[in-house]
Design a protein around this ligand. Structure first.
Ligand code: FES
Length: 103
């Protein structure tokens, strides 16, 4: 059964930034893109566990700070030629900008 938890407001996250939320599934990075979309991935790069929250957000992707793998924020898939997938979570935003993470 999925569980929705409130994880703050979109205004808590700078544009092109991220914040980390501790959950029962581990640390989850919540990203805000330039077009004000919000995405959530486990805060562990599928390569060698780099902190994706410390990466560079561009478009709907994040570049891992350790070895520059690019990960798609929409589904957690690593962009070729690298391979892998970071666990992805759904985040819903209500009319007031409150964020609800679906676990
Ligand atoms: S740990 Fe992310 S690219 Fe290596």
């Amino acid at each position: 059964m999925s569980n929705n938890i409130r994880v703050g407001n979109i205004s808590d996250i700078p544009s092109l930034g991220a914040r980390v939320v501790k959950t029962e599934k581990g640390d989850i990075a919540i990203f805000r893109t330039e077009d004000n979309k919000v995405f959530a991935l486990i805060n562990k790069c599928p390569h060698k566990d780099g902190s994706l929250a410390d990466g560079i957000v561009h478009g709907h992707k994040v570049t891992c700070p350790l070895h520059n793998w690019n990960i798609n924020l929409e589904d957690g898939k690593v962009v070729a030629p690298d391979e892998g997938c970071a666990e992805h979570f759904v985040v819903n935003v209500d009319a007031e900008g409150n964020l609800f993470l679906q676990l």
